[in-house]
Design a protein around this ligand. Structure first.
Ligand SMILES: Cc1cc2nc3c(=O)[nH]c(=O)nc-3n(C[C@H](O)[C@H](O)[C@H](O)COP(=O)(O)OP(=O)(O)OC[C@H]3O[C@@H](n4cnc5c(N)ncnc54)[C@H](O)[C@@H]3O)c2cc1C
Length: 382
């Protein structure tokens, strides 16, 4: 068995055992999934995308996708934290200086250092590619000030890939990415996460007030942040969120198929809910929805790995499609679960809440369709 195959097998086991058994408590207590991350880190799962020379498994987005689907099936909060870590590590590996990579990536691969993306801002909302945060020169030293709205792992992660408008930017998309350590002077994460779903992922606002942002902390050449977002962050993030959505939908599908088989009616001589043709029809629709999202994801990953020029349109579309499919499957599962599901038994209601995040996470499904429509019509995207 190759390293990556062994890591993915370990990920399956940890997701089924550790993540699944902690999921309800993490959700109920809104607890950051530290133990889950430790288990995944110890098995090398958090280093899937990190090159082997820096202690990782040197895997591909296909490997990341498999890992995230299994994790999300167990605990979607954990999967989202892992996804943000994967995206941040991909940027550091692609654009970080050698010293930064040597210092940080080996511990990130072991899960001893958690990283994340801090892009979203009130000033640009879902238009993440146009930060309004600023860098200024103070006696020749760069200082970064930013107000980030929704940062997964805020205050919990050890480092943050932070977007900001570049020093001499002429347009909003002329931006830079910096790696800012937790605890840097001027750094603070505020508040407890009270969101509808993904309750364990510590998504919270973050403020940076004149945080030192030297050239060694910049990820890539000055003004290259937008290109890095498009070439490195977007493909990993889109494929990753689609994978999380499919994992959530898969978990809901498993639970509801078991439930409709087990739900028996005394008034009908013990017949199961599953014996009703309309129920079978709805289950079939859910299966088709889930499998079409899975197929679209597999095709997107295939094109992305082959550097197919047509991949970008699918990279944009797959997150929207998987988010919609997930919402369809989970909503239907809630209906078929009846009072059992509504009464918060069986865990379906957690999947229903967790499923809502993907459509609004930037780029939101509506924004993606705006891009795709423009691209299909030969119009400029920005
Ligand atoms: C659970 C969770 C975790 C998150 N984690 C992170 C993180 O780790 N890092 C990070 O940087 N951010 C994170 N975010 C933030 C997220 O990525 C979005 O940026 C944020 O939720 C959107 O912000 P907004 O509400 O200001 O959107 P707005 O810009 O106010 O948009 C609201 C809605 O308007 C519509 N809309 C907006 N623009 C267009 C358009 N051009 N065309 C069509 N419709 C449009 C869409 O329906 C959109 O959903 C997270 C969000 C959630 C929910």
């Amino acid at each position: 068995m190759s390293d990556i195959a062994a890591i993915l097998a370990a990920n399956e086991n940890i997701s089924k055992d550790t993540l699944q058994s902690h999921a309800d408590r993490i959700d109920r207590e809104r607890k950051f999934p530290r133990e889950n991350l430790q288990a995944l880190g110890a098995a090398g799962v958090l280093g899937i995308l990190i090159p082997a020379e820096f202690g990782g498994a040197g895997g591909t987005p296909a490997d990341m996708s498999r890992a995230l689907q299994a994790q999300a099936q167990g605990c979607a909060s954990t999967a989202m934290v892992a996804l943000m870590h994967y995206c941040a590590c991909a940027v550091i590996a692609a654009k970080g200086g050698d010293a930064m990579k040597r210092q940080l990536l080996p511990s990130a691969a072991r899960g001893e250092h958690i990283s994340t993306l801090a892009f979203s801002e009130a000033g640009s909302g879902g238009h993440f590619y146009a930060p309004v945060s600023k860098v200024r020169l103070d006696c020749g030293a760069k200082k970064l000030s930013a107000r980030k709205t929704f940062v997964t792992s805020a205050g919990e992660a050890d480092s943050y890939v932070v977007s900001t408008r570049a020093l001499h930017a002429a347009a909003p998309t002329e931006c830079d990415l910096y790696l800012i350590p937790k605890g840097a002077s001027g750094f603070s994460a505020q508040g407890r996460f009270e969101g509808l779903g993904l309750a364990g992922n510590a998504s919270a606002p973050m403020t940076l007030e004149d945080v030192p942002a030297g050239d060694a902390a910049r990820l890539g050449a000055e003004g290259s942040g937008f290109q890095t977002m498009m070439e490195v962050v977007l493909p990993h993030f889109q494929i990753g969120v689609a994978s999380v959505s499919i994992g959530i939908a898969g978990a809901a599908f498993e639970k509801i198929t078991a439930r409709v088989g087990a739900r028996k009616y005394e008034h009908a001589a013990g017949a199961a809910l599953a014996s009703i043709p309309r129920v079978q029809f709805l289950v079939a629709e859910m299966a088709i929805e889930l499998n079409s999202a899975r197929a679209y994801l597999a095709e997107t990953i295939r094109k992305a790995l082959a550097a197919d020029p047509a991949a970008m349109l699918d990279v944009l579309g797959v997150k929207a499609k998987a988010a919609e499919s997930c919402l369809n499957v989970v909503s239907r599962a809630m209906t078929l679960g009846g009072g059992w599901a509504f009464g918060q038994r069986g865990g379906l209601e957690r999947h229903f809440r967790d499923a809502q995040a993907a459509a609004v996470m930037a780029p939101a499904s509506d924004v993606l369709k705006d891009f795709i429509g423009k691209a299909c019509l030969g119009l400029p995207l920005f």
